[in-house]
Design a protein around this ligand. Structure first.
Ligand SMILES: [Mn+2]
Length: 418
């Protein structure tokens, strides 16, 4: 979709008569004490989506009486001498002040990274939420970028599979992944690569370290490539050498749960139903393994499943690893499902890109917690659960687009085998 089409779509959804909207790209953030070094710059997603521009310091503004106007900083001599910056396409940023001053007294919404003490905070929040809803369905251009990210991500996972052996470290495998995706066309990782060996497979936001894989370990990799800031979010869990029969059973159940969840990503489906369905399938494995003593349905209904599956089943993805997450206008909810508050709670619509990422983990901080042990009492075989401490956990994740028919699983070509 062209930037003009996107701007028209946002304006139609806002349906304003007199309000002014200013959307800022944001500025580079200097590294404290880093002299001339900045953190890698990414424009605010609202600005990026509306303009398809990546230049720092830009502003795109909307007046319902006169339409959209785009301001960007002119190229400085510093940039000309020291290094390239995208050529500005808008009017000079110096014209923004007079443009805004000519509209003083009218309600002002500040979106993106734009800050203005005069802005109406409630209006800004409302319009941002509407824009999030407008941005949520991915257009063909966006899906094509995610498909390129998926191709690169597949190469990364294949590199990891080839490198798995006892003694290899998490960090070694992270490097293999990130090298392979860039060779295969990615700009780089779309988010912090997670590679967790053995017990680390149950640490959600792990920084890969020097832990070495051992025979029989799970290896959890949550990593995805970015192409032009569009990201797929993928997780696979591997085995190092032979996994035990019980570990294989759990792995197969998580794959089954995940594929069941992907199949449910259809028009109108409530996201909570996807979470619940995934929780039930994984609870069936916990029953088979003798970890829980009640039925799978009861495990999910009671919320006991959250002891082993404590996160939401997924989130929207696309322009970044979390994209357009705000609740749709008019849907005010704060509900729990299967013992957790999931990150999104809405019906799926055409073009939504979501991750489906069920997992079952044996997390020491949860399983040894006195309050939880009292709460779940005889519904858990605690000795059996404790026998899994140190094994870590299993998660499987794909990035999926909702279509008129079958869900489009962007990342299903990446093998699910342990
Ligand atoms: Mn994810």
């Amino acid at each position: 979709m062209s930037r003009e089409a996107r701007q028209a779509k946002a304006a139609a959804a806002w349906n304003l008569t007199n309000e002014i909207v200013v959307v800022g790209a944001g500025d580079p953030i200097g590294i404290p004490g880093g002299h001339d070094q900045c953190f890698p710059y990414k424009p605010h997603h609202e600005y990026r989506w509306l303009t398809d521009c990546k230049r720092e310091g830009g502003i795109v503004a909307y007046d319902p009486k006169s339409g959209w106007v785009h301001f960007e900083p002119p190229v400085t001599e510093m940039e000309l001498v020291w290094g390239p910056s995208p050529a500005p396409i808008g009017r000079s940023i110096e014209e923004f002040g007079p443009w805004l001053a000519a509209r003083s007294g009218r309600p002002l919404a500040a979106l993106g990274s734009y800050v203005n003490a005069e802005a109406d905070a409630a209006l800004s929040k409302t319009l941002s939420r509407i824009l999030s809803h407008v941005r949520r369905p991915k257009d063909a251009t966006e899906i094509a970028l995610m498909q390129r990210a998926a191709v690169a991500t597949k190469a990364g996972y294949e590199a990891i599979r080839r490198a798995i052996r006892p003694g290899v470290t998490e960090r070694d495998l992270q490097v293999e992944f990130e090298y392979a995706i860039q060779k295969a066309g990615a700009d780089g990782p779309g988010y912090g690569t997670i590679v967790g060996a053995g017990p680390d497979s149950a640490v959600f936001h792990l920084t890969p370290g020097d832990r070495a894989l051992q025979e029989g370990d799970y290896l959890l990799v949550d990593a995805g490539a970015a192409v032009d800031s569009y990201v797929v979010d993928v997780t696979r869990t591997f085995g190092c050498g032979e996994l035990s029969a019980e570990k294989l059973l759990l792995h197969a159940a998580v794959v089954e749960s995940e594929l069941a969840g992907v199949a449910l990503c259809t028009l109108g489906r409530e996201w909570h139903d996807v979470h619940h369905a995934c929780a039930v399938v994984m609870a069936e494995a916990l029953v088979k393994l003798g970890v829980v003593t009640c039925s799978a349905a009861e495990t999910a209904e009671s919320g006991l499943s959250s002891l082993f599956f404590p996160h939401g089943v997924g989130h929207t993805v696309g322009l970044g690893v979390r994209d357009a997450m705000a609740q749709p206008p008019g849907i005010e909810r704060d509900r729990m499902v299967a013992g957790v508050r999931v990150r999104i709670d809405m019906p799926l619509e055409l073009g939504y890109a979501v991750t489906v990422e069920p997992g079952t983990y044996f997390i020491p901080a949860l399983l040894t917690d006195t309050a939880r042990r009292e709460k779940w009492g005889s519904m858990v075989n605690w000795d059996k659960a404790e026998s899994w401490l140190g094994a870590g956990g299993v998660r499987v994740e794909d990035s999926v687009v909702v279509t008129e028919g079958e869900p489009l699983n962007l990342t299903s070509a990446i093998s699910y085998d342990p």
